[in-house]
Design a protein around this ligand. Structure first.
Ligand code: LLP
Length: 423
């Protein structure tokens, strides 16, 4: 459930008509709902009640400072994957002891940043990374808590570009090599082994692959403990999917996921960390866009919007489906017409959807892409020299711009002419 509903025929974000925001900030823009973000955080928190846990929101899904602070204020930790995300988490007031650092290519400077600012744990993904982290920690005179991310070789049954838990994927160390890698880690004086990490992919709509991976992690916990390692914490990654298409059967809920997690791990006396991103932010956001033209092609109608693939890349990149609904509720029983919904960017891939049944649309009408709160704004670019779109946060009747739209001059201001062109 989210808080983007029609009230008196007008699509609202909580208590604010989206048309009011559109009139004030212009389109396109992203809009997020505080109530939905909080609700999703609490759902996970309640689902894991009864087992010691920390929800480390995967900031990559939506890393706006206001969103990060909102979740941090509820008690969330953060899963960061770059020095930039680490800096954002700290700027939003998240203490180091609630930040976990994931990612396969952490650089020395990123390690130094995290170790000097404080870190709950680093999720190590390879032997060379482990060696570098050990050296950096010893040089800095600290001991850094680590887990090793294991690759359980489980098919997450999701889009191939977001599956991470098969042996052919670049993530983690093969679970078959885990004992050897933990033995190596135990000898490194800059590192303190605290647990195991796993993340098998994103937008999973079935619990079975999670459970298969988690059972392997539970078995490994026993083996590593018998080898003498102090495995007290398990980071289970993120990945629980959301219903992008309202007409489809909904994926499992956090409650179902939490029950499964407790079933697998409750006897092990471990602290559980999870790293949900999409489920927290996805349905907490919409992308609002205006119709520029309705264009009749030879055998199809094109709805040309002012938002494009540079603003929301998911359809072009993963063939992802986003529901697209008008801000003005269509009358019941209105005749739908198939339309290709496209953006203005100069490539055919700038197509959000083909032959989508849409109510009658005119230039100037405004639509919302649902489920755009995760992997939307964060994946945007300025392709075609289109300034990044603004972000708005709603809380009840209140709303605020949490990232303004840059002017074209500001965008140009990031470029520099080399000296030899100025003469
Ligand atoms: N933890 C790790 C280590 C991850 O790599 C990810 C996502 C997450 C947690 C959060 O997963 P989530 O709960 O959001 O599924 N851009 C793609 C999704 C890429 C996900 C990358 N890793 C999309 O738009 O579908």
């Amino acid at each position: 459930m989210d808080h983007f509903l029609y009230q008196n025929g007008a699509l609202h974000a909580e208590d604010v008509p989206l048309a009011d925001i559109a009139a004030s900030v212009g389109t396109p823009f992203y809009c997020y709902s505080t109530a939905t973000l909080s609700r999703h955080y609490h759902l996970f928190d309640e689902a894991l009640a009864g087992i010691d846990h920390l929800i480390c929101y995967a900031m990559k899904a939506n890393s706006n400072l206001a969103v990060v602070k909102l979740l941090g204020d509820l008690g969330a930790g953060m899963d960061v994957v770059s020095g930039g995300e680490y800096a954002r988490a700290r700027a939003a007031g998240i203490p180091g002891e609630r930040i976990v650092f994931s990612g396969i290519g952490k650089t020395e400077s990123e390690m130094r940043l995290a170790l000097s600012g404080g870190i709950r744990q680093v999720n190590v993904e390879s032997e060379p990374e482990m060696e570098l982290l050990d050296r950096v920690a010893r040089e800095m005179g600290v001991t850094v808590p680590i887990t090793v991310r294991v690759n359980p070789d489980v098919d997450a049954k999701t889009h191939e570009k977001i599956a991470t838990g098969k042996s052919e994927n670049k993530f983690g160390i093969p679970i078959s090599r885990a004992r050897e890698v933990y033995r190596m880690a135990a000898k490194m004086h800059g590192l303190q082994v605290v647990g195991i990490d796993v993340h098998i992919g994103s937008q999973l709509v079935d619990l079975a692959p999670f459970e298969a991976a988690y059972r392997k992690v539970a078995d490994l916990t026993g083996i590593l403990r018998a080898d003498g390692h102090d495995i007290k914490r398990l980071d289970l990654g993120g990945g629980l999917g959301i219903p992008y298409e309202r007409s489809n059967a909904a994926p499992p809920l956090p409650t179902d996921y939490g029950a499964m997690v407790q079933g697998v791990f409750s006897d092990l006396d471990v602290e559980i960390e999870i790293e949900p991103g999409r489920l927290i932010a996805g349905n907490a956001g919409v992308l609002v866009s205006s119709v520029i033209y309705v264009k009749e092609g030879e055998d199809r109608t094109f709805l040309i919007l002012d938002a494009a693939m540079n603003d929301l890349i998911r359809p072009a990149m993963y063939n992802a489906w986003h529901d697209i609904v008008p801000l003005v509720e269509p009358p019941a029983g209105v005749e739908m017409q198939p339309m290709d919904v496209v953006g203005p960017v100069c490539e055919t891939g700038d197509t959000f959807t083909r032959a989508r049944p849409m109510p009658p649309m005119l230039a100037g009408d405004v639509v919302a892409f649902r489920s755009a709160g995760a992997y939307g704004a964060v994946m945007a670019s300025e392709y075609n020299s289109r300034p990044l779109v603004p972000e708005v946060l709603v809380d009840g009747e209140n709303w605020a711009v949490i990232r303004p739209r840059p002017s074209v001059d500001e965008m140009l201001g990031h470029d520099r002419l080399p000296e030899w062109m100025n003469g």
